[in-house]
Design a protein around this ligand. Sequence first.
Ligand SMILES: [Zn+2]
Length: 343
Amino acid sequence: MKKIISIIILVATLTLVGYVLIKFSKKEESSTQTQNNQKITVVTTLFPFYDFAKNIGGDKVEVSLLLPPGAEPHSFEPRPTDILQISSADVFIYTGDLMEPWVDDLLQGIDSRDLIIIDASQEVDLVKTEHGHGHAHHDHENEDAHESDHEKTLELNNHYQESHLDPHFWLDFSNAQAVVKSIARALKNVQPENQELFENNAERYNLALSNLDQKYHQQLANCSTRKIIYGGHYAFGYLAHRYNLDYIAAQGFSPNSEITAQNLAELTEQTNQEKLNYVFYEELENSKIAEIIAKETNTETLPLSSAHNVSKKDLNENVSFISIMEKNLTNLTKGLNCNFKHE
Ligand SMILES: [Zn+2]
């Protein structure tokens, strides 16, 4: 709660500064640049939307990713510079209030009259599931030392638990396509003269997503097991549902949710029962849970990336949402022992 209040105060202070800066910079821009070579500024919270916006906007956009490389997205909170950046952008894309509960307060604190806001969760149907419960048990041991972190973790877990809604909708590629369309619409609203370009780019990108979807269907059709044992948070529910896989994660909807001995025992038991050869670990998060299960069951580990965020190295190497998902498919094909040969 303390954090929320301090954000509100911060936002209020920055509003005035931001307002003056925006007025000043907009005046500057119009007098020194022509309409045509002005880039559309887009700010996004998660990596998938960053990558979509770059693909749709091409050289007409300047896209920024709010999350620092490698940062954990569920507990991210914006810094003052982020708030300024959002308030002076043309388009702001976020996942929704389950993923970024701070957005509502932030938007109330800035002058957003000229800002096009995309709440991506409004473009799709969120799925309700009991799996994302998390285990918000109190860990009294380190309570004093980590009071604020702990408080925040509980707040987040309660947030997910109350709704049972899974925020990881981008891992169903048809949802990703809906978001792509809404981004194209937003860019078109800012620069109507480039409407055709944005629509063509979006169409091309959505075709690539359709091809990816087809590859998933084909490659995962014939496997010795359909069970994904995941030593991370419950992020792949949408993907598992789409390709008829059985997905069991060690944690709830957030990587901050605790893992109980009971969870670990269940995952270990399932791995043994199904005679699996691989368990999966969460790329960019802790791989320890998967390693413990693998050691216990004499299996090996493989990474799966839910693409909320990417590492600094991957960002520098221009990794794409599609290439991340292709790597996931390769690992799923191997880990589930799927019978598929490339022609
Ligand atoms: Zn997540």
